[in-house]
Design a binder for this molecule. Structure first.
Ligand code: SF4
Ligand code: SF4
Length: 369
């Protein structure tokens, strides 16, 4: 067996779907990506616009690279049991029900890198965080097509796929034919997106996407987007859940084990744990990306959207949070829930952001501040 065959077989034994792709992206893909960035559709995710040349033509930076081994791990696992205690409201995107995939994949990428070296090859693995476009390489390698929901998809696994890539110095083997696009005349994802983020051409505008606002965005969530966010606490799966190709998706990678505390986190954690305790409890999970304060912010949006007065005490806790983003979001939530008595002290908050939100809401109600 040659190096390509050995790497492929080992990756498949580790449970990954595999494909081989060229290093540089085709010119039309490059242009589409550049246009997308030029139109600002990456929102404040500046890292997507950085090192653009490396992302689109990795051979410039990795001169030794001749091929890319794409690894895909299905994550269509069933939901775990919901714990009986705590306030477990809101929804978490499916990929986050398990330990952080970056950490789960890393040892396997290191194993493949070591194996490549033992075969006299150079190799460098990336999981999502590097200057590479895993999804574009997956398409290039014939692993799937980009659906109108902007996700990589294939028959059987649907869109529930987590990707990683291994750049290698192995000569590119014959690649698979491009995967036929099977979206047909369907547009369920476009109609289903609660915030109108899907543009219909296989791309999305992150400035409207719930996943962006609940995970990546650091500041306040604009009031105009609250209703669309609905019960989404972390990420959003609507455009995947409505997709007919996902209906029968059941397979999942052997290293994924859904956890109740991740699929149904106790919202009290985000208000009652210190940031350090939060980091400890959610170590090794993707909740660490937004961190405690942004999870508290998201929880307040969800609690306001659900509109159940039973959870007002938690919203009031948010009004006393040490973080101004949480307090300002609590102010908006209190206004939406009609608890103007609890909103009143926030109008005197020393943080102008918080006081501004509270005063605005009170003025609209005709209350004196
Ligand atoms: S993740 Fe949600 S908000 Fe984003 S495009 Fe899909 S359905 Fe729309
Ligand atoms: S919902 Fe329909 S249009 Fe959207 S990705 Fe799935 S098949 Fe394609």
């Amino acid at each position: 067996m040659n190096g390509v065959e050995i790497l492929t077989q080992t990756a498949q034994e580790l449970g990954f779907l595999t494909a081989w792709a060229g290093v540089d992206l085709p010119l039309d893909t490059q242009q589409r990506y550049r246009d997308w960035i030029a139109q600002g559709k990456q929102a404040e995710m500046a890292y997507l616009a950085r090192r653009l040349d490396t992302r689109l033509t990795p051979s410039g930076r990795f001169e030794w690279a001749k091929s890319v081994l794409v690894l895909a791990a299905p994550h269509a696992y069933p939901p775990p049991e919901r714990p009986p205690d705590g306030i477990r409201l809101g929804r978490v995107a499916r990929y986050a029900w398990v330990r952080d995939y970056h950490q789960l994949f890393e040892p396997h990428l290191h194993e493949l890198e070591r194996l490549a070296r033992s075969l006299g090859l150079q190799a460098k693995g990336y999981v999502d965080t590097g200057p590479l476009s895993e999804r574009s390489h997956a398409v290039l390698g014939g692993l799937g097509w980009i659906g109108r929901n902007a996700m990589l998809m294939r028959m059987g696994e649907g869109t529930y796929l987590t990707l990683a890539v291994l750049l290698t110095s192995a000569p590119l083997p014959p690649t698979a034919a491009s995967y036929p696009n099977r979206c047909g005349s369907c547009s369920r994802c476009i109609g289903g997106c609660p915030t109108g983020a899907l543009l219909g051409d296989g791309t999305l505008d992150s400035r409207l996407c719930i996943s962006y606002w609940t995970i990546e965005h650091r500041g306040l969530v604009p009031p105009s987007l609250w209703a669309g966010i609905g019960a989404w606490l972390f990420g959003c799966d609507v455009c995947q859940e409505v997709c007919p190709w996902n209906r029968k998706a059941r397979s999942f990678w052997q290293g994924f084990a859904p956890e109740p505390e991740l699929a149904y986190p106790n919202l009290e954690d985000f208000f009652q744990l210190s940031s350090r305790a939060f980091e400890r409890k959610y170590a090794g999970t993707v909740f660490r990306r937004p961190g405690r304060t942004r999870m508290a912010r998201n929880a307040l949006v969800v609690l306001a959207n659900l509109g159940n007065p039973d959870y007002l005490p938690l919203v009031r806790q948010g009004a006393h949070d040490t973080n101004p983003i949480v307090r300002a979001t609590a102010a908006e939530a209190l206004g939406r829930l009609g608890d103007f008595d609890s909103l009143l002290p926030l109008a005197q908050d020393l943080e102008p952001l918080v006081a501004g939100v509270a005063r605005d809401l009170l003025e609209r109600q005709g209350c004196a501040t």
